[in-house]
Design a protein around this ligand. Structure first.
Ligand code: SAM
Ligand code: SF4
Length: 340
């Protein structure tokens, strides 16, 4: 069986600090956006004419390390995912992964990356040597023409090369594919066949109203049920028990685990254990939160003690909305800023 199912969750360590929101959801995962910039222009993510955040507003790696350290030591975060924009367009990401190694002794047990894969051919070896555990690569189509259309000119062969380099470097690789009606629903079966043949874990993601160009509409969402119906035409499918992973997992032909992240039609909000940090130092308690809480000033003041940082973050997390169902609207910040 492919290792694509839910990451084995550790038993809750009662000796570790823990932070919960007002609905009792304990946070164990932090997604850290390293940049809002990207070398792709995916139709479901980027604004048509993106305006990048000024470099002066982007936290230095030392500042990000201090914040991640705070989340790990004080709040009990155990897993960190580096994302973006495209995290690998920022110089020095492998060095940052290495900086995070000192937090392993404080309870950090996994450092992951989300990438479009293009720059992995260049950086996978350095990232693996720095201690990266695994990488999620976006691959929305196998057809070169469609892939290019969806990513604003990307070449699918670059991504496939990146995936190969990451596997050679010893990194675990998972694929993610956003599905959009009228665009790539015909790629669902070919992508699944590719993933099965390469033994690469795959998750389909429902299109969420977080794109930067107002392209989302409810009718463009290909739901979990529809994705399954297509997969069922080609594979024998059985459901597996749901965990606190965002995806529901299905077993194909009794051997391959396929995930579907159905944020719109079947949200996992009730079990959400994530917090998000943007590259300019804002904490978002939810993908759909209307605004983030700016931590920069508190971080600057926290040299002599982390009290103001502590109360700001705790309040932001406490006030996490119930989820997509409660918010129902578009997020204010697009995915390239939030990091997915
Ligand atoms: N550049 C990297 C990548 O593409 O994987 C990391 C950043 S990207 C914002 C993180 C994840 O968000 C990717 O899996 C991407 O497919 C997903 N994503 C972006 N916009 C989305 C949307 N509107 N709905 C659903 N998923 C989206
Ligand atoms: Fe860039 Fe990733 Fe957004 Fe595509 S999904 S535009 S690769 S940040």
């Amino acid at each position: 069986m492919n290792p694509g199912g839910p990451h084995p969750e550790r038993q809750a360590d009662t000796a570790r600090p823990a932070i919960a929101d007002r609905f009792g959801r304990v946070k164990r995962k932090l997604r850290v956006s390293l940049t809002d910039r990207c070398n792709y222009r995916c139709v479901y993510c980027m604004p048509e004419c993106p305006v990048w955040k000024p470099r002066a507003d982007i936290l230095r790696f030392e500042e990000l390390h201090a914040l991640v350290g705070f989340f790990v030591r004080r709040l009990g975060i155990e897993q960190v995912r580096l994302t973006g924009g495209e995290p690998l367009v920022r110089r020095g990401v492998a060095g940052f992964v290495r900086m995070l190694a000192d937090l392993r002794a404080s309870g950090l047990n996994r450092v992951s990356l989300s990438s479009n894969g293009v720059m992995l051919a260049r950086f996978a070896g350095a990232l693996a040597r720095a201690g990266l555990d695994d990488v999620n690569v976006s691959l929305d189509a196998i057809s070169p023409a469609l892939f290019s259309r969806m990513t604003g000119g990307g070449q699918v062969r670059d991504v496939l090369r990146g995936i190969e380099a990451a596997r050679k470097a010893g990194l675990r690789v998972k694929l993610n594919a956003v599905v959009i009606r009228g665009m790539n629903q015909d790629e669902i079966v070919p992508l699944t066949e590719f993933a099965v043949s390469e033994d690469l874990p795959l998750r389909f993601i429902e299109f969420m109203p977080l794109d930067g160009r107002g392209f989302w509409s409810a009718d463009k969402v290909v739901t979990e049920r529809e994705i399954l119906a297509l997969v069922c035409e080609r594979f024998e499918v059985s459901a597996t028990e749901r965990t606190n992973e965002p995806a529901s997992y299905y077993l194909l032909d009794s051997k391959f685990q396929l995930g579907i992240i159905a944020t719109v039609s079947n949200p996992f909000c009730a079990r959400c254990d994530r917090v998000r940090l943007t590259a300019d130092g804002r904490v978002f308690s939810c993908l759909f939160a209307p605004a983030g809480v700016d931590l920069r000033e508190a971080l600057a003041r926290s040299a002599g003690g982390a009290e103001s940082l502590d109360s700001l973050v705790r309040e932001a997390i406490w006030n996490k909305p119930a989820g997509f169902i409660e918010l129902r609207g578009r997020g204010e910040v697009s995915m390239n800023v939030l990091g997915g």
